[in-house]
Design a protein around this ligand. Structure first.
Ligand SMILES: C[S@@+](CC[C@H](N)C(=O)[O-])C[C@H]1O[C@@H](n2cnc3c(N)ncnc32)[C@H](O)[C@@H]1O
Length: 224
């Protein structure tokens, strides 16, 4: 595992690309628990379009589209997005799902205050420095309209995978060539500065199971 900052970022992009090239259903075909929950939240808030970051092969983007949302899905793996586009076409959802290559270390493409909702399942726990995380959260804040919602999920420090991982510095851990960060509540609160934190809920998913956080935060509306 390369640990220099830029080298690590490149190595991670290659690792994800290879993993997606080798498996058209790397995370399965079923939507995540977070996506099912988020659909209800966004529907209740009257939201019908979503920017998804780190969408992978699109199991959640396609689910959101099937529920009637317009979804713009991004990821830094072209192999993942290729699969997402194929599946969207196959299911006749390509009018509701668009997909674009984007590394979230770069500024987000949308203009200020133009996005209603941002969703990111298990992206924020990837191999980002704390400065990169703060900058990403600031970018999401910038593109959301006032009152807009941001839902993300991350690995928890209580996850059983943590003791099996190797620490590689800067609070990051690695296993099988994939690197990332385990979140505690302090980090969640730190990233929610300037936001209204709606909730940080611990939950479990999958056979191991993975222990995760689901975080909901809103960009404050003026006078709120
Ligand atoms: C654990 S996977 C989750 C994928 C998808 N959200 C899901 O639940 O099926 C993390 C995703 O983040 C993407 N990713 C990691 N670092 C990224 C970056 N810097 N910019 C954009 N995407 C990134 C990976 O390619 C991968 O698809």
């Amino acid at each position: 595992m390369k640990t220099g900052h830029i080298e690590l970022a490149r190595a991670q992009q290659d690792r994800w690309q290879t993993a997606y090239e080798g498996n058209p259903r790397l995370h399965g075909a079923e939507p995540s628990a977070a996506a099912r929950w988020t659909v209800r939240l966004f529907e209740a808030a009257g939201i019908d379009d979503v920017l998804e970051l780190g969408a992978g092969q699109g199991r959640d983007a396609l689910y959101l589209a099937r529920q009637g949302f317009s979804v713009h899905a991004t990821d830094f793996s072209e192999a993942a997005l290729h699969q997402l586009r194929l599946d969207a076409q196959r299911d006749g959802l390509d009018d509701r799902v668009t997909a674009a290559l984007h590394d979230v270390r770069d500024p987000l493409p949308p203009a200020d205050a133009t996005v209603n909702a941002v969703y990111a399942n298990l992206l924020m726990n990837m191999a980002f420095s704390r400065a990169e995380l703060r900058s990403l959260v600031n970018e999401i804040h910038r593109v959301l309209r006032p009152g807009g919602l941001f839902v993300y999920t991350v690995w928890s420090t209580a996850d059983g995978c943590l003791p099996k991982c190797t620490e590689i510095g800067d609070g990051l851990f690695a296993k099988d060539g994939f690197a990332g960060r385990f979140f505690d509540l302090d980090l969640i609160h730190e990233l929610a500065e300037r936001w209204e934190l709606g909730g940080a809920d611990a939950y479990e998913e999958g056979p191991e199971p993975r222990r995760l956080w689901r975080v909901t935060q809103a960009k404050p509306a003026p006078n709120s």
